[in-house]
Ligand binder design. Structure first.
Ligand SMILES: [Zn+2]
Length: 191
């Protein structure tokens, strides 16, 4: 898999490939993407501009928004994840400095803590994991480690119904989860 990097050459640690954020313009579901990626195989550039950076081949994913500049190593600057946001709702496309988890589209507050997910797939994994009593995080490849680290406040048995209901509301609204049985279905959200 291609490794996303930012302008400072930092690897995006724990990066799932697609990150869903609240659009800075309209607050609706938008996509945050890394500006560049190191490609593992020649020819895997998808027609995007490719640059040599030492021994790496780097794709420029959004050349019109964040053009490639060779990163300076060891600047001592902490990783500020600068990337590109694109919004299918308001068509905004521009540079964005990620603040996490503040920017997360999938986030829920409970008992003073924030439960968040990188994207819809991650939110579904959270939903299934917390709903199941088995707590087998290895069933969710890519998210296993983050599921292990979930604060107890979200996973204890007495919180299960409330947390899964919160997550399910959002997933149903986004069409990622089938609504509950028709008899129990509430009025659809109008947005
Ligand atoms: Zn928008």
């Amino acid at each position: 898999m291609d490794k996303p990097i930012d302008q400072a050459g930092h690897w995006y640690a724990g990066w799932p490939g697609a990150v869903t954020i609240r659009c800075p313009r309209c607050n609706v579901r938008a996509v945050f993407d890394a500006p560049f990626a190191v490609i593992s195989q020649p020819g895997a550039d998808g027609g995007k501009p490719v640059h040599q950076w030492g021994t790496y081949s780097v794709i420029e994913k959004h050349p019109n928004i964040l053009p490639w500049q060779p990163p300076e190593r060891d600047t001592g600057v902490p990783a500020a994840l600068t990337g590109v946001v694109t919004c299918p709702a308001c068509y905004f496309a521009g540079k964005h400095v990620l603040r996490w988890p503040e920017d997360a589209y999938y986030q829920w507050r409970l008992h003073g803590q924030t439960l968040w997910a990188w994207n819809g797939e991650h939110a579904l994994a959270l939903y299934e994991f917390i709903r199941s009593g088995s707590r087998d995080a290895t069933r969710y490849p890519g998210y296993t480690e983050s599921l292990w680290k979930l604060p107890k406040v979200f996973t204890v048995a007495k919180a299960r119904r409330r947390v899964t209901r919160l997550i399910a509301e959002r997933l149903v609204n986004d069409g990622l989860l089938a609504p509950p049985a028709p008899a129990r279905r509430s009025t659809p959200p109008t947005n």
